[in-house]
Design a protein around this ligand. Sequence first.
Ligand code: EPZ
Length: 422
Amino acid sequence: MDKFIVMGGARLTGEISVSGAKNAILPIMAASLLTAGKSTLFNIPIIKDVLVMQKVMEYLGAKVSITGNVMYIDSDGVEPREIGENLMRQLRASNLVIGSLLSRFRKIKVAFPGGCNIGSRPMDLHMKGLAALGTKITERYGFIEAEATNLHGAEIHLDFPSVGATENLMMAATLAEGTTIIRNAAKEPEIVDLQNYLNGLGARVKGAGLDTIKIEGVKKLGSVEHTIIPDRIEAGTHLVAAAITGGDVLVTDIIPDHLEPVIAKLKEAEVKITRYNESVRVVAPGRVKAVDFKTMPYPGFPTDMQPQLMALLTIADGTSVVAESIFENRFKHIDELRRMGASIKLEGKVAIIKGVPTLSGAFVEATDLRAGAALVLAGLAAEDATVIENVEYIDRGYERLESKYNALGARIMRVNNSRNGS
Ligand code: EPZ
């Protein structure tokens, strides 16, 4: 696994652009399996998760090619092949192919995707919804076998606004007979992007972004060209990078509305933020103020920004209280931040962060994607050098993060750790 050596102390200044959203492209790639037609996707991020999802799709018989930031998909040759543990474990989001394969082929067998470092990631809400659509599901020997000879519309109420369950059920309902209503649906912007993509194929989906989504089943889907929305979590990470280094940065190619909960919290911390049409400028104060926050489903504060904001609060003026309400195990970055001198107490799912004057460089390791990003941010602000192991986690969701920050004045070196030194 590669590592980063981050020299702290540089103030980030300049302009940084944001790539397409990881959590929009992954469900849309899964949805492209619904049709025998072609999909052309613009503004795609070249990140590890996309390349793994490409492998899953090619295994199923789709033709997928990438030129620059454009992806060409031809799903004519797709078959509902059994997807084994190896592929399913590599990428949790591969569970999103269940809805589209079931909708098109009515029968699938996939290995259970399993948990990851931030939680057990069950799929009970996905399964309950698919059963309501007429799917017979058997879970045994680590596999999910699903059959839906008569896939029909249904009224589904999600116990929790799960992003993945909402997406899987939207895809499953697209080719079902009749109308499906999903209540208490997730409202993330990526759900709206999926709806727009599906409707571009000829589906009839309405209400994404609100609590209730209505899908009228259609018989056939065609082809589409679609541009992926910007990544609001990558953008939020850059806002914090500017704030934690006392910098002055313009974050471009974004939809500021999608960042509202993060912008509001940073303003509360006395970070100076100016919103433009497709960009946001961050001018950091001398030292940010401590703030409290709790992660919530959109439009609440996003759990995917919790580690990054926590990194900033470790050197804030005052004490902050952070509650993680979405995942049961998303505080693994706390131990690593403590190694850098952070003063954090953990009480169950609540972290109490007492601001310290400064962090110091240390040997730390990324334990998951967003925790890794948080350690880069902490390293940018820390004195001396921070060595971050397992940066492959970071590469899963960020395109060339070190190059983007070095262009703003950071000093991050990627060291290739592979044994043969290649
Ligand atoms: C999506 O994961 C995102 N991933 C996650 O981003 C994000 O953190 C999460 O939504 C919440 O916003 C992608 O979109 C690829 P959920 P997903 O279903 O769909 C529980 C990142 O860093 N739950 O909304 O898996 C679940 O255990 C990643 O980019 C059930 O209990 O999230 C979790 O506690 C991390 N049963 C909570 O709901 C279910 O059937 C939220 O999960 C499904 C979920």
